[in-house]
Structures are given as structure tokens and as C-alpha cells.
Design a protein around this ligand. Structure first.
Ligand SMILES: *Cc1c(COP(=O)(O)O)cnc(C)c1O
Length: 441
């Protein structure tokens, strides 16, 4: 199996090559050049994540150096559960559930992708070592969950360094704690600028030939295939489990920003998994709902919302969806999209705590609100699964005042919160980042 760029002007690569490359040299994103055609029976009786992952991902690694280590890689990456919890029906005949993707080390779904990528890169580094290799230095600009998930996945791994750049004063105190609690081979920088400054500095570092000559630099952002492919696994396992007990497909409502999580779900459906409808639940950043309504794509600067991990005005993985569905009607047949503003998110957090006894994070609440906006008939004709992308304990500043209660902190997160914080200030310039990279080496 090879992977081609969405822009068609870069040579196809194998999985290991695409993982190391990240973004294609023509600026496109890597997508499979063909799809394994799978049937539910192909998975035998297995439903646990590592076993489903092994079956689902094997065709992509076949014939490469990763093929033999794939069973170990998936056992390492999928070592925490993704339970699906049924929710009480609010009307007769409704079948609603929530898929909790937040039981990993940093309590967000991004742990799956970050851990899979780290496990793959660790094997590739070890395999290519002909003696002393330079550590691979991962640069990550973050305004939320990505930095923590990537730091956790690479923390303590020999042969890797991580630098996390976040905009000083522009992330919540709870987020800042998750970005600065690492130490060891992870350095955190509070940049005197915006998220866009952080991203620009990282891009400039990748493009600087002098820096590239002295350091092995890499990115771990969500356009990397190694973060996307493993996300198809929980959709596969969950929909297979539903099929096993009910004989019917499962439809998903996915809180969406850069559309990586949604693209993985659509890939799983394309490979033959029993997935029905897919609804993209966006916050007030309406680019994608507007595209589906009008047929016109108008990317723009993002607006800040309380579901901040989805504040994206020009979603990068849309390119992967358009590659599968170039015509607007084909895209409309594949997905629907809704937009939910902050007031509706707040109201939904309060209403569903009363109705289901569930505490949603602001992102998950966007999906819950999208479900509430379906017609009663649509709620009856499909079994719907809300995708819970993060634990509410990561967003106490939003959730606690609304519910007037403390949100319990999961053990893994509590452990992170207890660690000493270490963070260095950084000017918002490439020169400052370059000096920091030299200093870390
Ligand atoms: C990153 C993130 C999202 C958005 O996921 P995409 O793959 O970018 O669409 C949603 N919710 C949470 C909690 C996130 O961290």
C-alpha cells in the first residue's frame, strides 16, 4: 500500500516514509492510493482496540519495516479503553450513546494518534540507527490539546526531544499546566505572541536550511498520517460492537475542527466498517457547514470560542475529504455539518447534565447539541453515537461555573496536575526559537 499527496505532484510513499515526511513536498496531505475492502466477518470475534487495530492497519504497513512490529505498536498505542456508554432515551425508540475517547494520559482523543505516531517513529529511528543517531527534535505549536498529547507520547523516549510552543497568557490555566508539567526531554515555551506566531516560528524552523543541516527536526501535527490512521480504529471497533449486538450500523456525530477525527471515521466507513451517517459538529467557526450549504468554500481567520480546540477557520483535513468527494453533491451525500455557538454550548452542558447526568466538555457539548437539533424522525431512524473528544476535567473554567459544582479529575490527569511546572519564556521570533533549539542540543 502506498500513499499519494492530495495535490498529486509528489511521488507516492510507503507508510514509514509518509510518517517521517509529514506534509507532502507539494504542500498536500498523504492519502492511501487504494482502500482495503474489509467485511465485518474479517475481524472474527475481536472487538478490543489492539486486535481491531492490528487487522485494520495491517494492509497499510504490509511489505514495510513496520509490518512486523505493528502488533507491538498497536498494543503500546491502544493501551487504554474507548468505552461506549448508552444514554437514557428521551423519547421512545431513541438509541443514543456516547463514545468516550478521553481515557488516555492527557484525557483527549489526540492521545491515540500521538501515541501511535510516537510508537512508529521510535521503531523507525531504532531501525535506521547505524551507530549514534542525533535525537529527533519534534516541534509543536499548540493552543490546546495537541501539545500535551504529543509531549506525553514522546516524554522519556530515548532518541527524541520535544519543544512545545504555546501563546503566553492565551491558554487557560488548566491547559497551561498540561503543557508545562513534563521536563526531561520535553521543553515548554511560553511565547510572547499569539498561536499564529507560534505556528509561524515552527514553520520557519522547518524551512531554515542551516538549522535542518544541524538538527533532525520533525513535526507531529494532525496532518501527519500517523495521527490520522489510528483514529479509524475506534470507529471500527465501536461500529463492529454495535453491529454485533443489533445487526445495524452506527451513526456518529463528531466535534470537528481540523477534521482529522472525522476524516478517520469516513476512511473507516470507506473500508467497509458498518458506519451509517456522519455529522460534523462545528462551533461558531462555520466554514464547513457553509460549504455544504452554498457549495462555496470561504476559508477565514478563526474566531475564539469556548470549544477552543475546534477554533479553525480553514480546516486542513478538508483536503482529504475533497480528495474522496471532489463534487459538492458527493460530499453532501457523505457528511452533514452543523454549527453551534457558545450560548448553545453552555445551555447544552446545563441541559444534558440535568437530562442524562453527564458532564460534557465544551467540544462534546457541540455534538450533543447537534443531536438535539435533529428531527424526531431522524433521531428514531438511526442509532446515534456522540463522540466525546475530551474529559470535562480539562475545562473546569468553562464547566464548573455552569454546573455550580466541582468536576472530578481523572487519576491520570490528577497525576499530571501534581507535577512541578517548568516553562521558559520565548520571544515571538524565529531567531529566539533557533537559539532555543541550539541550546537544547
Ligand atoms: C482537536 C480537538 C477537536 C477537533 O478535532 P479535529 O480532528 O481537529 O477535527 C475536538 N475536540 C477536542 C477536545 C480536541 O482536542
Amino acid at each position: 500500500m502506498t500513499f499519494a499527496s492530495t495535490r498529486g505532484a509528489a511521488p507516492p510513499l510507503t507508510l514509514p516514509e509518509a510518517l517521517v515526511q509529514g506534509l507532502a513536498p507539494d504542500g498536500g496531505l498523504y492519502v492511501p492510493t487504494g482502500w482495503p475492502e474489509l467485511k465485518p466477518e474479517d475481524f472474527g470475534g475481536v472487538l478490543d482496540l489492539p486486535a481491531v487495530a492490528e487487522r485494520l492497519l495491517a494492509p497499510f504497513a504490509a511489505g514495510t519495516v513496520l509490518e512486523r512490529s505493528m502488533p507491538d505498536i498497536v498494543r503500546e498505542a491502544f493501551d487504554f479503553p474507548a468505552p461506549r456508554i448508552p444514554l437514557p432515551a428521551t423519547a421512545a425508540g431513541e438509541r443514543l450513546s456516547v463514545l468516550e475517547l478521553f481515557h488516555g494520559p492527557t484525557a483527549a482523543f489526540k492521545d491515540f494518534g500521538a501515541r501511535f505516531l510516537a510508537a512508529c517513529l521510535a521503531r523507525l529511528r531504532a531501525g535506521s540507527a547505524g551507530g549514534d543517531v542525533q535525537p529527533l527534535h519534534i516541534l509543536v505549536a499548540t493552543s490546546g490539546d495537541t501539545g500535551g498529547a504529543v509531549a506525553a507520547a514522546f516524554h522519556g523516549r530515548p532518541g527524541f526531544r520535544v519543544s512545545v510552543l504555546f501563546p503566553k497568557g492565551l491558554v487557560s490555566p488548566t491547559q497551561e499546566r498540561q503543557l508545562t508539567c513534563w521536563g526531561g526531554n520535553v521543553r515548554s515555551y511560553a511565547v510572547a505572541g499569539t498561536f499564529d506566531d507560534c505556528q509561524r516560528m515552527v514553520k520557519e524552523a522547518f524551512l531554515d536550511p542551516a538549522l535542518a543541516a544541524r538538527h533532525a527536526l520533525s513535526s507531529a501535527n494532525s496532518i501527519n498520517l500517523g495521527r490520522l490512521l489510528p483514529q479509524a480504529v475506534y470507529y471500527a471497533a465501536t461500529s463492529l460492537g454495535h453491529l454485533r449486538t443489533t445487526g445495524s450500523p452506527l451513526s456518529f456525530i463528531i466535534p470537528s475542527g481540523n477534521l482529522g477525527n472525522a476524516a478517520a471515521c469516513i476512511w473507516a466507513r470507506r473500508m467497509g466498517l458498518p458506519i451509517g451517517e456522519v455529522i460534523l459538529a462545528h462551533n461558531a467557526n462555520r466554514t464547513v457547514p457553509e460549504l455544504l450549504e452554498s457549495g462555496m468554500y470561504a476559508p477565514r481567520t478563526s474566531v475564539a470560542t469556548i470549544a477552543s480546540a475546534m477554533d479553525v477557520g480553514n480546516p486542513s483535513n478538508l483536503e482529504r475529504l475533497r480528495q474522496m468527494h471532489p463534487a459538492i453533491d458527493s460530499l453532501r451525500a457523505a457528511v452533514r455539518a452543523m454549527s453551534v455557538d457558545d450560548d448553545a454550548i453552555r445551555a447544552r452542558i446545563v441541559a444534558d447534565h440535568a437530562r442524562f447526568g453527564q458532564v460534557w466538555c465544551p467540544h462534546t457539548a457541540v455534538a450533543a447539541e447537534a443531536w438535539s437539533r435533529l428531527s424526531p424522525e431522524e433521531r428514531h431512524t438511526h442509532a446515534w453515537c456522540l463522540v466525546a473528544t475530551a474529559s470535562p476535567a480539562k475545562f473546569p473554567e468553562v464547566v464548573e461555573p455552569l454546573l455550580r459544582m466541582k468536576v472530578p479529575v481523572p487519576a491520570a490527569l490528577a497525576e499530571l496536575f501534581d507535577r512541578p511546572s517548568s516553562v521558559a519564556p520565548l520571544a515571538a521570533s524565529f531567531a529566539a526559537l533557533r537559539d532555543a533549539i541550539e541550546d537544547a542540543a
